[in-house]
Design a protein around this ligand. Structure first.
Ligand SMILES: *Cc1c(COP(=O)(O)O)cnc(C)c1O
Ligand code: SF4
Length: 329
């Protein structure tokens, strides 16, 4: 029986999250795929299908050749093993300082807040990460409190916006008491799938953070954006958050001048500065997404000729053991 009462208590974003495709057949029906196209897909991949309705509605019908479809539908190509494509290409495990803390770079520490995301991106480098099962962040906050040389805490995941406000709130409050922490940075793709997450309650939580807040959103193609998403992001800017974007260079998604230029331009038109363009991390099953570094460099050169400098992202690669993300230009 449907529990109407508890449904009414649910924040809007959570009931919207329930309209997420997790069954390949239903999504294939929705996208009007034919038998040939269905045969190119993996029915139950180890990293499960997860596509919020908003994103599915932006996918082209009757084709697999679409920049949004390519990011989220599991192709048979994922199943082809490749020696250089690994389960943990960026060696996250080596940098774990607490159950939910990674430290790779000076002055910053990253919290793997949760394993959950609004969507599952097929190229995700953290798709095999063994997220800590315990709830709460007291050990992590206690550890950070002891590290006077850390000035920024990055909330990542998974996606930190998957956490309920009730879990996020004590974490932010704990970090808020630490005077040596000057910046709180969210890494999130959630608003691209479920912008309703940025509701009045969430905005109140963010507004209460005593430190400067950054949001690094993750958007790979201009078609992922829409007026609702931009409006919610604007609400974050209006309370003083700085917004940046990171994208991954992906074959068949954004590996052409037109798509990359449009993405950077549309973001900058809304005050969201392109921060990084990441070379693909060589995740198992991700080979079909890889673009040559030489092509990536050419793309950056080409958009640099057409856009103001601040609209051009830094083209970088994550190489484990390096003191920073490695510039490729
Ligand atoms: C990418 C990353 C950061 C952030 O690096 P910036 O260059 O500051 O954006 C921090 N910690 C970890 C573990 C990372 O992977
Ligand atoms: S939203 Fe980010 S963490 Fe989640 S699956 Fe996509 S790339 Fe991975």
């Amino acid at each position: 029986m449907v529990n109407l009462l508890s449904n009414q208590m649910l924040p809007l974003w959570k009931s919207i999250a329930r309209q997420t495709f997790t069954k390949l057949e239903s999504l294939a029906d929705f996208l009007e795929l034919n038998q040939d196209q269905r045969a190119q897909l993996v029915l139950s991949p180890s990293f499960p299908l997860k596509v919020p309705l908003r994103l599915a509605q932006k996918m082209a019908k009757g084709t697999l050749d679409d920049p949004i479809i390519r990011q989220f539908l599991p192709l048979q190509q994922e199943m082809k093993p490749h020696a250089n494509f690994l389960a943990d290409p960026v060696c996250d495990v080596r940098f774990q300082v607490q159950d939910k803390l990674l430290q790779k770079y000076a002055g910053r520490v990253l919290i793997t807040c949760t394993g959950a995301c609004a969507m599952h991106c097929r190229y995700c480098f953290r798709q095999n990460f063994a997220y800590a099962a315990k709830s709460g962040f007291s050990d992590e906050i206690a550890w950070i409190a002891q590290q006077a040389d850390i000035h920024e805490v990055i909330l990542s995941g998974g996606d930190p916006l998957s956490l309920d406000d009730a879990l996020l709130s004590p974490l932010l409050q704990g970090l808020g008491t630490l005077c040596h922490i000057k910046k709180i940075r969210f890494h999130t793709r959630f608003p691209i799938g479920i912008p309703e997450r940025i509701d009045v309650n969430f905005l109140a939580l963010i507004k209460a953070i005593p430190q400067q807040v950054y949001f690094v959103i993750h958007c790979n193609h201009a078609r992922e954006l829409d007026a609702d998403i931009l409006e919610r992001l604007r609400a974050l800017q209006s309370i003083g958050c700085v917004l940046l974007n990171q994208a991954v260079l992906l074959k068949g998604v954004n590996d052409n001048v037109g798509a990359l230029k449009e993405l950077c331009e549309v973001l900058a038109n809304h005050g969201i500065l392109p921060y990084y363009l990441h070379q693909l991390d060589r995740i198992q099953g991700g080979e079909h997404f890889e673009v040559d570094v030489a092509c990536g460099r050419l793309l950056i050169e080409q958009i640099s000729r057409e856009l103001p400098g601040y609209c051009v992202p830094k083209y970088v690669q994550e190489i484990a053991g390096e003191p920073n993300k490695t510039p490729l230009m």
